[in-house]
Design a protein around this ligand. Structure first.
Ligand code: PMP
Length: 299
């Protein structure tokens, strides 16, 4: 194991069953702990996958600055992978995202360009403009790059099939770029696993559920394919935050607000499905990333 790098620690995340938040008569609820990736989120998977594919194909050159638009987690993952491999990185992020994100990105040496919080997609428009300079930048393009869903097809989706022996009645995840849901849904389909696939989105475009996209018609990620989804549901900031706090108090799981959103919905699904069934939800990132926000400042 002497030549193991931090990049080898990406993926193979644990699946844990909720012990106290479910009640008798409900389905079992499992969380796929993507927070166990090295930088603490599911985005490590896609950044490693896309960068290594581009290296193999010779599209990523040593002088390139790796860039993308990110609400934080992808930016943090880009910084980590770039620093292991010796690239520079630049991330476009809305100014409204938690300050922890900026501090972590600076620790990797990532340059940060803050865009207005008025428009939930301002960072995407900004990076698309900058990325026209293809001599300077390698544009990771998490919203449009098929490597995003492929990383979850071969990673998250494949792991879940093994972890649950192909038995998952309902799968619940948030939608940011849609990569995770697309990859997992395609993997389940190809394995002949018939799960109900539930996509969770915030109920407004100024939501504090960082990392999830409210579909207001202004932007649809190019990799998104609605036909793979059984139902798209909305979650309020209040329900997501309260569930994230309960996960810490009742289950010992200190997570971000988007995990509160998926778990809230997973509990609803588990109530409807009833005993003997299996619901799996994604735990996207860790609570430490939100210490400066309202999520954990009360009480
Ligand atoms: N589920 C949760 C809980 C998340 O936090 C995220 C990312 N923020 C996702 C799923 C999926 O992200 P994406 O759609 O960008 O793959």
């Amino acid at each position: 194991m002497a030549d193991t790098t931090i990049l080898d620690m990406i993926g193979n995340t644990p699946l844990v069953r909720l012990q106290r938040m479910t009640e008798p008569g409900m389905a079992d609820v499992y969380l796929k702990m993507e927070s166990f990736n090295p930088t603490g989120s599911l985005k490590d998977r896609i950044v490693k996958y896309i960068i290594e594919e581009a290296e193999k194909e010779g599209r990523l050159k040593p002088h390139h600055i790796i860039t993308d638009a990110s609400s934080g987690n992808t930016g943090i993952a880009v910084g980590m992978v770039a620093s292991v491999k010796g690239y520079r990185s630049r991330i476009y992020m809305p100014e409204t995202k938690s300050v922890e994100r900026r501090k972590i990105m600076r620790a990797w040496g990532t340059e940060i360009v803050l865009t207005t919080g008025e428009d939930q997609n301002s960072h995407i428009w900004a990076v698309e403009e900058a990325a026209k300079d293809t001599d300077t930048f390698f544009y990771l393009n998490q919203n449009g790059n098929p490597g995003n869903w492929k990383a979850h097809y071969f990673g998250t989706g494949e792991e879940l099939l093994h972890q649950r022996d192909g038995r998952i009645d309902t799968f619940v995840a948030g939608v940011g770029t849609g990569g995770l849901l697309m990859g997992v849904a395609k993997r389940f389909d190809d394995a002949g696993v018939r799960s109900r696939i539930v996509a969770v989105e915030p109920d407004n475009s100024h939501s504090h559920i960082e990392g999830l996209l409210h579909f207001d018609g202004s932007y649809v990620p190019p990799i998104w394919d609605e036909s793979l989804i059984s139902e798209r549901v909305q979650v309020s900031d209040e329900a997501a935050s309260e569930t994230a706090r309960r996960l810490a108090r009742e289950e010992g799981i200190f997570c971000g607000i988007s995990t509160g959103a998926t778990t809230w919905r997973a509990l609803e699904e588990a109530r409807r499905l009833g005993e003997g069934k299996i619901v799996v939800a994604i735990a996207g990132d860790r609570g430490e990333r939100y210490l400066s926000t309202a999520l954990f400042s009360e009480g």
